[in-house]
Design a protein around this ligand. Sequence first.
Ligand SMILES: NC(=O)c1ccc[n+]([C@@H]2O[C@H](COP(=O)([O-])OP(=O)(O)OC[C@H]3O[C@@H](n4cnc5c(N)ncnc54)[C@H](OP(=O)(O)O)[C@@H]3O)[C@@H](O)[C@H]2O)c1
Length: 284
Amino acid sequence: MSSSTSNTDPAHNSAKIAFIGAGNMARSLIGGLLSRGYPASNIACSDPFEASLIEAGKLGAITTSSSNADIVAQADVVILAVKPQVMADVLQPLTSQLQTSKPLVISIAAGIASGSLQGWAGTGVPVVRCMPNTPALLRAGATGLFATEDVSAEQRQLAEAIVSAVGIVVWVAEESQLDAVTALSGSGPAYFFLLMEAMQEAGEKLGLSAEAAELLTQQTAFGAARMALEGDTDVAQLRRQVTSPNGTTQAALESFEANGMRDIVEQALRAAFLRSEAMAKELG
Ligand SMILES: NC(=O)c1ccc[n+]([C@@H]2O[C@H](COP(=O)([O-])OP(=O)(O)OC[C@H]3O[C@@H](n4cnc5c(N)ncnc54)[C@H](OP(=O)(O)O)[C@@H]3O)[C@@H](O)[C@H]2O)c1
């Protein structure tokens, strides 16, 4: 696995990008690219839903269209930002176009294997699969990326530059590792929400107002994440640094460990991993 936080490189700004589907994820990516100076004239998106195109058009002077084929005709990169259930219907009418121009195809749809995507798009079409998470909507996402053998080194850089407009990216060498990405970061925001919910409830039981417990929990999560991300110290060391012998933190951490916190987390991620594998099989 390799990770990167690379910016959208000006060298990549000339690629023409077509977003199929102008929903939440597409709009977030478009907003991220524009904020990094990506030329609006090189971004197009299509969607059958007029309201989504109007929303996307508010982000900048991008091209909007109700025809997927029209925007794919111009594209160096095609980003599939539709729900998994409609993917086959979206790709099959585009097969001959994709076979001719062989653009880089980036799919953000959960659970659809690259083999299926290439089956609908045509063999030899370079495909990158992404597993983003919801903080991407705030450009604070964490995304796993997998490239098929048909993707060139330059196309990998381009995919990374595009997706890093909404957060950090991590490449995985095996497609099956995207199930682990799903279990860790894809579903991960909800794990933190659950812990925050439990901390808020406990704070209230200890006598704090709901407002105080909520604000203290949120800022503590934010501060802890910043310390983990911005320093050179790993989280185990950070934990030790804030744990004074015989102090309050030690009392809480011993309670967590005695109640099997690590096992609970491992079992939860394993359950998500197995569910991700099963859903991928259902989608084919
Ligand atoms: N949102 C997230 O945080 C998140 C996280 C991880 C992965 N993803 C993945 O990202 C993908 C997009 O998610 P999203 O949240 O952006 O969904 P979304 O808001 O529902 O966007 C999908 C868009 O695609 C449009 N669409 C449907 N059929 C189409 C067609 N034939 N041609 C062109 N556009 C079509 C939809 O239009 P209609 O509304 O008219 O159907 C909708 O505007 C999904 O596959 C999801 O699994 C999302």
